[in-house]
Design a protein around this ligand. Structure first.
Ligand SMILES: [Zn+2]
Length: 316
């Protein structure tokens, strides 16, 4: 698992809380003098000011005090989690905790609803963050992040049969030309591991792609971004439902691009998808040439990250 997300830094005072989460235990401080529960971790009790606090394990039963749904990432590293359900939950002990709700659809969330803790795995080092979900959900299954690879393709049987067009049928080819884009393809995750592999392969290991720490401090994008060329070639991993199929050719050749632009960055961790339309179709002495305008976007973003007018040559 690759993860560039900023993580809480444990202090001497808060370390027991974070160590507890690693062991899937929720530890909260209770005052030995007055029994008051305290959160966030402190040196003294907020009720009686005594410096006699003990860490005690609680079961994490909570209710939802307040929440908001964010659709714009607070940092580029969180783009893969949009929309985020940021919440304040109140434990049965009375303390309130800032957290995220997981495994809940927006219309399932109600102020006051009972919640249970999710000890969410966030990296390969065993760190966990405290999140919450509904009491009717399977909290254990929410501990692991969703698979980092592509989402499943729609069932083939659900797609309408492709229209077959002979490569020499000029009038039929012209009917493919449209301003209308296809539906979105499957989603592909562009994580730091993939970017690092491409940096190695291409030799372009510039820090804006490969150094998350420096990029967080110095890059105008607030984190590492994928190479434009990487995002361009990932179009091969995306299945487009174009609704037609050219027939009668012996060879199909990628003839290059009429136009290639990278208008928007793809931050590490982004989910991307593509759509396309036929921009031009022509029969020439060389063969039949179909120009697809392929646009790749970060999921949820209006502005494309790649615009590629891809020319495909079909040879009889
Ligand atoms: Zn106290």
């Amino acid at each position: 698992m690759s993860n560039n997300k900023p993580m809480p830094v444990a202090t001497q005072i808060s370390a027991p809380f974070w160590e507890g989460l690693k062991a899937r235990r929720l530890l909260i401080q209770q005052c030995n003098a007055c029994d008051h529960w305290n959160f966030y971790p402190r040196r003294h009790c907020t009720a009686c000011l005594e410096h006699d606090l003990a860490w005690r394990e609680v079961d994490g039963a909570a209710t939802l005090y307040s929440y908001t749904v964010t659709r714009i990432a607070t940092l580029p590293d969180f783009m893969d989690e949009m929309p985020q359900k940021l919440a304040v939950v109140e434990l049965a002990q009375g303390v309130r905790i800032n957290t995220n709700l997981v495994g809940l659809a927006e219309d399932e969330i109600r102020i006051g609803m009972p919640l249970q803790p999710v000890f969410a795995e966030v990296d390969a080092k065993g760190n966990r963050l405290l999140r919450f979900t509904g009491v009717d959900k399977d909290a254990a299954s929410l501990e692991r992040p969703p698979a980092q690879d592509s989402e499943p393709l729609p069932e083939v049987s659900q797609q309408p049969p492709a229209r077959q067009i002979d490569l020499n049928d000029g009038p039929a080819l012209q009917t493919l030309v449209s301003e209308q884009f296809s539906d979105w393809s499957n989603v592909v995750v562009v994580d730091q591991a993939l970017i690092d592999t491409f940096a190695q392969l291409s030799g372009d290991d510039y820090w804006i792609h490969t150094d998350p720490e420096r990029a967080r401090l110095q890059s105008p994008f607030g984190g590492t971004i994928a190479h434009g060329a990487l995002v361009q070639v990932l179009q091969s991993r995306m299945k487009l439902a174009l609704g037609f199929e050219i027939t009668g050719f012996s060879t199909q050749i990628n003839y290059g691009s009429d136009r290639l632009r990278f208008p928007a960055p793809v931050p590490a961790g982004s989910r991307i998808h593509s759509r396309a339309r036929v921009k031009k179709a022509e029969i020439s002495a060389r063969g039949t040439q179909v120009t697809l305008e392929l646009n790749t976007h970060v999921v949820g973003q209006d502005r494309p990250s790649v615009i590629n007018d891809l020319v495909i040559l079909y040879l009889a």
